[in-house]
Design a protein around this ligand. Sequence first.
Ligand SMILES: Cc1cc2nc3c(=O)[nH]c(=O)nc-3n(C[C@H](O)[C@H](O)[C@H](O)COP(=O)(O)O)c2cc1C
Length: 380
Amino acid sequence: MSSNSVSSALDGQHFRHVVGHLASGVTVVTTRTATGPHGMTASSVTSLSLDPPMMLACLNRAAPTAHAVSESGRYAVNVLGQEHAHLAQQFAVPSEDKFRGVGLTAGEHDLPLLAEALAHIECEVVEEITGGTHSIFVGRVLSASAGQGQPLTYFRGGFGRFEFARDDAVYRRARTQVLERQYAAGAVLHLDDLAHELGVDAASAFYALTRLAADGLVQRDPSRGYVITPFDVTTSDATFDARSAIELGVIALTAHHLDVEQLAELRRRFEQMAALLVGERFLDFDSYLDANYAFHEHLVSLAGNPALTAAFGSLSIKTVMTRSFGSTPVTSQDFIDAQRQITEGLERRDAAAASAGVMRYTELAKQRVREILAHTGGRL
Ligand SMILES: Cc1cc2nc3c(=O)[nH]c(=O)nc-3n(C[C@H](O)[C@H](O)[C@H](O)COP(=O)(O)O)c2cc1C
């Protein structure tokens, strides 16, 4: 265990923080009474027994939904998918109109079911146990059904999504195939073909495709499906020039009043990046890409200007670098030399030297993309 050991005088806030490390799924527990449907977001829901099938839902007795479940003697667990954070939020706030805009279907046992949910489990309450502020509703399962999709998760107070370790490996293989140009620019990547080529099921292949789309390596075309994004010199020139303009602006604004800590962090990030280039090769392209991004992100953040930081964040730098430099392990120490020039220039508060480093680095990057594209007939 790394930190925050439990003290004997355990206060609520501390407990909330510690227990927030227990990741969970997210559900909406619903029921129906004479006054209509009721529902609340709940993560303290779990399966209890398989034979007979039973569930637990732990609901705060102060919540009207808990009273409604007591009264009706039934509840439904609606398991939310990763795109349903808005529903989790809507059902976590007391409201007269909790169900506004929410599609409902009637369950087999007349419970209101959220139409979009990943899975539905209808239960009959067989026991209500008091635990602190909560009621633990022990439910006998009356019906259960599940659809397709990935679950919404909750961890340390934030929503997230679930990722299979094996799916990540499949995505990395698919990405290597795209970067190694096994598919032509503009070609359609069919889900079934990709699944077949990778030897995985359609769900894993679909996950890989959505990650590739987030990387900008494939694009969703409404009529054709997933298409390999063409990449050419205009795209890369525009991106590198835009980054250069931002960085030159940051240097002009800040070079003369940088503090020691800002510079130490820049130096630390530079060294981390430099260590990932051995000779004229990347030790590991993904780690280099992250380190390179972290270096330039910090450089831009020196201005303390949210508009500049946002502009930098919108540049798709990682996509452009992955599309070009990521297609070959070969690179050049010249890149590191130019970035050293930026770092050392700023350490000397020498704006001209640092700016010259940015311009040199930009030209090197643009030139390198041209070399890579020359091997591929102008498109990747
Ligand atoms: C992710 C998440 C999980 C939650 N889990 C629970 C839970 O398991 N039990 C509970 O009583 N409240 C839980 N809550 C809080 C309730 O959703 C919240 O108090 C809600 O307003 C209760 O609805 P009601 O007052 O209309 O009945 C959770 C809230 C969030 C955002």
